[in-house]
Design a protein around this ligand. Structure first.
Ligand code: ADP
Ligand code: MG
Length: 602
């Protein structure tokens, strides 16, 4: 006989809230219903273990779509429920659970994590206009039960025919949610939320045929690292992230104490070097997918990686602000950071060749990680490597000098200068002069390097400062000697206020002049450009090389020739610094032509 009843709490309050709240993440209803099915199976298995239920060989969850009938069904062969239990857990608890939910809603309002709440059974009403439950308890004497409700204030309950143990949830999908009747949609959702659930889940399994479950009941991260092969790691990566590029390497996290945490983080190959590519770190709680890239749990910089992390202990049913302040959660973030640092250090020590081969792919991640996280920097600073002018990698800290004491600093002593190149082809002239003099520089040519070297200076203010190779004339390039007033005067006359003129006797005798822009000025103007604060012309210095014969020859020349030649030398030097503007190029052409004419007519 069917009975009727009133649902215990004023559900008129609840449904609009559920609907409004979860609107953006309606999908999760499927996770909740399937998770309940899995829970029911787990309970049954425990009872079997206790000798209280008859063993079952084929635990399974079956999901079925029926577009014609307009139903989505989830069926399990778990513990099932007696009528009493349906009353207690579905009618009363679920609805009073909703009261709790409303209370939490009030507290967590606007926090956004609600989509990750286990809203449970009733979340299915986000997409259903009516739900039926058919269930038969493992208790042999209990009759099967049928329950039905439209989620508003009434329900019916009564006996039914259901020989097999377990629960069948039939969701009558609302007309505007027809999407959830499509097999493809449901398959995608099962992949997203249920990929690692511990019992096989079948979608529209066909009778009499061999069917493949949609999930993996033994995700690789759950195994002991020592039992996993390289091939398995790669396959798991491919299947989980649909990335057919092989990962560079990975870290298998597996700990029990002081909290439980399992997972695998993969370092992907980067496609572009010009920006930060966001990765995907999927967070699971006991095999149930929660969300991607939850920044309260996983340090932001690690989100450049791909990975899965399962933390059964995270209190995910609380608000984000709580997570942010929770010391357990912070410990998890710290632990993961440490593991990543350990892995990098171990790889550097054990397989430097591989480390160097991977470096261009992981460098952005490492540098970004340092900037974002001092602890991370402190741990890995000795394995941050840079290429030198010969293309060999060396640790950056190897270039640092002795710390300059405060007293020495007062005397004007500066921290060790490390020269760098930002573009090997554009700065070719400076590079060849450097090499000639036996000097070295590091190559800083990725978009993050300018930020990173500033960070390094900030962290090591007494030990290092970075100078771009064209910022000044390194001492070792100089051959000594005094300022040459006469030549300086010739150049100043020729180029006016286009640049400041200095003379220097260099070891190199073939380059007549080089352009320098001070590191500070150049960084300022780059920063202004970055923030679009308009032009700040950086002051250019023309360093005239008195050791060059062509420069020396200017001394005796007639004034007109002096002027033309000096201007020509200036543009040649400028051209080795940056691209000329159309006006400059025009002047350069004019001076070249004038000089050629003179030379050829001689
Ligand atoms: P929770 O799973 O957090 O307890 P739910 O609203 O999802 O909350 O489910 C409420 C209760 O209903 C469950 O605790 C369980 O006792 C019962 N239940 C739900 N689905 C099933 C099922 N498929 N089989 C057996 N019991 C179920
Ligand atoms: Mg549940």
């Amino acid at each position: 006989m069917e009975k009727q009843g009133n649902i215990k709490i004023s559900s008129e309050n609840m449904m609009p809230i559920i609907k409004k709240w979860l609107y953006s993440e309606k999908d999760i209803f499927l996770r909740e219903i399937v998770a309940n099915a899995v829970d029911a199976i787990t309970k049954h298995q425990k009872l079997v273990g206790l000798g209280e239920a008859v063993a079952e060989e084929n635990y399974r969850v079956d999901v079925r779509t029926d577009e014609k009938a307009g139903t989505l069904t989830v069926e399990d062969n778990g513990v099932g429920m007696t009528e009493e239990e349906v009353e207690k857990y579905i009618t009363q608890i679920a609805f009073s659970g909703a009261a709790d939910f409303v209370a939490k809603y009030e507290k967590a309002n606007g926090d956004g994590i609600i989509g990750h709440f286990g809203l449970g059974f009733y979340s299915a009403y986000m997409v259903s206009e009516n739900i039926e439950i058919f269930t038969k308890s493992y208790r042999e004497d209990a009759p099967a039960v049928h329950w039905e409700s439209d989620g508003n204030s009434t329900y019916t309950i009564g006996d039914c025919e259901k020989p097999a143990r377990g629960t069948k949830i039939v969701m009558h999908i609302a007309p505007e949610e027809k999407e959830f009747l499509k097999e493809a949609t449901i398959r995608t959702l099962l992949h997203k939320y249920c990929a690692f659930m511990p019992y096989p889940i079948y979608l529209n399994a066909k009778e009499g045929e061999e069917n493949k479950p949609v999930n993996t009941t033994e995700p690789l991260y759950d195994k002991q690292p020592k039992d996993c092969t390289e091939e398995e790691y790669k396959t798991f990566y491919r299947e989980t992230f649909s990335d057919f590029n092989e990962p560079l390497f990975w870290i298998h996290l597996n700990m029990e104490y002081p909290f439980r945490l399992k997972g695998i983080l993969y370092f992907p190959k980067v496609r572009k070097q010009v920006e930060l590519e966001r990765g995907q770190v999927k967070l699971y709680c006991n095999r149930v997918y929660i969300a991607d890239n939850i920044k309260e749990v996983i340090p932001e910089f690690l989100m450049l990686l791909n990975g899965v992390i399962d933390c059964p202990d995270i209190p995910l049913n609380v608000s984000r602000s709580f997570l942010q302040n929770d010391s357990e959660v912070q410990k998890i973030a710290k632990h993961i950071t440490k593991k990543v640092a350990d892995k990098l250090i171990a790889l550097y020590k054990d397989d430097k060749e591989k480390y160097e081969a991977c470096w261009s792919d992981i460098a952005t991640f490492v540098k970004f990680g340092c900037i974002k996280n001092d602890d991370f920097y402190n741990k890995i600073k000795d394995v941050i490597i840079y290429k030198n002018l010969n293309g060999e990698y060396r640790p950056l800290t190897g270039y640092f000098g002795e710390a300059v004491s405060e007293a020495d600093a007062k005397e004007g002593k500066e921290p060790q200068a490390v020269y760098y190149v930002s573009d090997e082809s554009k700065q070719a002239q400076y590079i060849s002069m450097f090499k000639e003099a036996g000097l070295d520089a590091i190559v800083c040519d990725t978009f993050i390097d300018p930020h990173f070297i500033s960070y390094i200076e900030y962290k090591n203010p007494t030990q290092v400062r970075f100078l771009r190779i064209d910022a000044d004339i390194a001492e070792a390039l100089k051959a000594g000697g005094e300022e040459d007033k006469e030549l300086a005067e010739i150049f100043t006359k020729a180029i006016g206020d286009k640049a400041k003129v200095k003379t220097e006797k260099l070891k190199n005798t073939s380059v007549p002049a080089v352009v320098n822009v001070s590191e500070f000025m150049r960084r300022m103007s780059e920063m202004n450009e970055f923030y679009r604060m308009g032009e700040t012309p950086a002051e250019v210095t023309l360093v005239v090389n008195t050791a060059c014969a062509a420069v020396e020859a200017l001394r005796g020349a007639e004034e007109e020739a002096q002027k033309t030649a000096a201007e020509q030398i200036y543009y040649t030097a400028l051209m080795n610094y940056r691209q000329l503007t159309p006006e400059e190029l025009e002047r350069f052409t004019a001076t070249s032509v004038a000089l050629l004419e003179k030379y050829l007519r001689k």
